[in-house]
Design a protein around this ligand. Structure first.
Ligand SMILES: [Zn+2]
Length: 80
């Protein structure tokens, strides 16, 4: 007797795509593009001043993490 209760997990994809473009810490131009691979390899490119940096962050990092890593790499906390 009685019905079966099924618990259904509905996973909603509400994940918003995080921004991939930022302001360049060198020239303050826009956009500075950050491409983050799944393994954490990052390529940063500024369309304005031509800054190109490749570095790596922890695997699974988001572009914003890479951006902060870039900021600290470029010299400091006064940049941002
Ligand atoms: Zn720049």
């Amino acid at each position: 007797m009685g019905g079966r209760r099924r618990k259904r997990k509905i996973v909603l994809k509400t994940k918003r795509t995080p921004p991939k473009v930022f302001r360049c810490p060198i020239c303050e131009g826009f956009p500075l593009r950050l491409d983050v691979e799944k393994d954490g390899a990052v390529i940063a490119k500024c369309a304005y001043c031509g800054l190109t940096k490749s570095f790596s962050v922890a695997a699974g990092s988001e572009p914003i993490d890479a951006y902060y890593a870039l900021l600290s790499m470029l010299g400091g906390e006064n940049l941002g």
